[in-house]
Design a protein around this ligand. Structure first.
Ligand code: ACO
Length: 427
């Protein structure tokens, strides 16, 4: 079977043979298809990049039809069961699971860079008392660049690794400080004796106790949630990280931009939107009326549907199990009954079945975060902590890929043809 695509241009009758590699044709191979010499050549039109591969990658594999997610070949189910977030971070960034020595040194390096510059702390304190923590997070991550002399040396692998470690270490501190700020509480400094997730809980919830002891079930649940969110190939925020990185900006600016993309309700803001939706529904009896509203197009069922998963989201099943374990400690979240009823009705309803709409990772994650005592504003911030690893791995892959260039899509111009400027009093 030849690995080529033969195209006949019916405008000219010309035939072209285009190579197929990895089930893909190169968009630039279309450019030779012209009606005459002055023609720019054929382009593909793909709003939202639904069917356009922007990169080759070896990090994350997703099969949306079969509900498969793997990091560097390892199934998400195995990693969520056996691994820790920092081990998965190492895997995602460097391609292989670490040996004991590598893991110890990795954990040590991350743990000992968790402190922020006091000036960044002061800057965070100057935000308005009710500022959204995600906005504080976005601004503070970008500001980290001002404390790092090597931030712009993105082509130096050693410098890059320093920035990667620094960001992975500092994003939970920024996230926790933004939460304490929202609550009007003093910021809690990192405790280097604790695990990555245990320390995060410490910075969030420590009060007057001399030493904070994280509840093991919550510490583990948080670690697994970070694992589940660690990477998801070329999604909106990762593509933003790559787009910013492609102009060789520093990683702090790029990660801040990625977090801004994550903030929207159609992406990482979805778990916040799910909680608000469940609160608005208010009672199991109101679920059918809400489903009706969704079907008439008045609203969307938040936490349902996914651009790539059209069967089920494997992360959603893992999260449902974690939810049970968390609720054993925290008590059952009363919104859970509404969520379960929504899921039950939607999975039987022709509207959702025919459009292949299933619960995604965010349908249950918000319920867990809420049971842990986190306000909805913190949900996208938690997502950003886990996803920072994926953003940085994808950024590193971009910078070392000789085929990558500055991201610069084309457009189809449909505006006015040339016209002459009219002075304002003649308009
Ligand atoms: N509720 C109701 N209908 C929906 C939903 C939903 N959540 N999602 C999609 N649909 C419908 C659309 O109205 C459309 O119907 P139509 O064909 O009759 O017009 C059809 O399903 C296809 O929808 P698209 O918007 O084309 O799907 P797309 O792949 O572009 O969108 C998205 C994916 C953005 C995730 C969408 O499903 C959505 O808005 N979901 C709710 C928000 C959400 O949960 N986002 C989190 C995603 S996961 C993550 O970011 C980690």
């Amino acid at each position: 079977m030849p690995d080529t695509l033969t195209i006949t241009d019916d405008r000219t009758g010309n035939t072209y043979q285009i190579p197929i590699e990895h089930g893909t044709i190169r968009a630039m191979d279309l450019r030779q298809i012209k009606t005459d010499e002055n023609d720019f050549g054929l382009m593909s039109y793909d709003p939202g990049y639904i069917n356009t591969a922007s990169t080759k990658s070896t990090i994350t594999y997703i099969d949306g039809e079969r509900g498969i997610l793997r990091y560097r070949g390892y199934p998400i189910e195995q990693l969520a069961k056996e691994s820790t977030f920092l081990e998965v971070a190492f895997l995602i960034l460097f391609g292989e699971l670490p040996n004991r020595e590598e893991l110890d040194s990795w954990e040590h390096d991350i743990t000992h860079q968790t402190y922020l510059h006091e000036k960044l702390k002061s800057l965070m304190q100057s935000f308005c008392h009710d500022a959204h923590p995600m906005s504080i997070f976005i601004a503070s991550v970008a500001t980290l660049a001002t404390f790092s002399t090597g931030a712009r040396s993105v082509d130096d692998p050693e410098r890059r690794l320093e920035q990667v470690k620094s960001l992975i270490a500092k994003v939970p501190t920024i996230a926790a400080f933004s939460f304490r700020h929202l609550r009007g509480l003093p910021y809690v400094y990192p405790d280097t004796d604790l695990s990555y997730s245990g320390n995060f809980l410490n910075m969030m919830f420590k009060m007057s106790e001399a030493k904070y002891k994280p509840e093991p079930a919550l510490e583990r649940a948080l670690d697994v949630l970070f694992i589940l969110h660690a990477d998801h190939e070329q999604n909106c925020s990762t593509s933003t990280m790559r787009a910013i990185g492609s102009s060789k900006s520093d990683p702090y600016s790029a990660l801040s931009g990625a977090a801004a993309a994550l903030y929207g309700p159609l992406h990482g803001g979805a778990n916040e939107a799910v909680l608000r939706m469940l609160q608005e529904i208010g009672h199991v009896d109101h679920v059918p009326a809400h489903i009706k509203q969704v079907k008439t197009g008045e609203s969307r069922l938040m936490g349902f549907g996914h651009r790539v998963y059209k069967n089920y989201d494997p992360r959603a099943s893992i999260i449902k199990e974690i939810a049970d374990r968390v609720f054993e400690v925290t008590g059952r979240n009363p919104l859970l009954d509404i969520a379960l009823e929504l899921e039950r009705i939607a999975l039987e309803d022709e509207y959702f079945v025919s459009r292949k709409l299933y619960p995604n990772v965010d349908f249950y994650s918000g319920l867990i975060y809420q049971a842990m005592g986190l306000p909805v504003e913190m949900f996208p911030v938690l997502f950003a902590i886990g996803r920072s690893v994926g953003w940085l791995a994808q950024w590193g892959e971009l910078l070392t890929d000789p085929e990558q260039r500055i991201a610069r899509p084309r457009q189809i111009y449909l505006g006015a043809d040339q016209r002459d400027y009219t002075p304002i009093d003649k308009r």
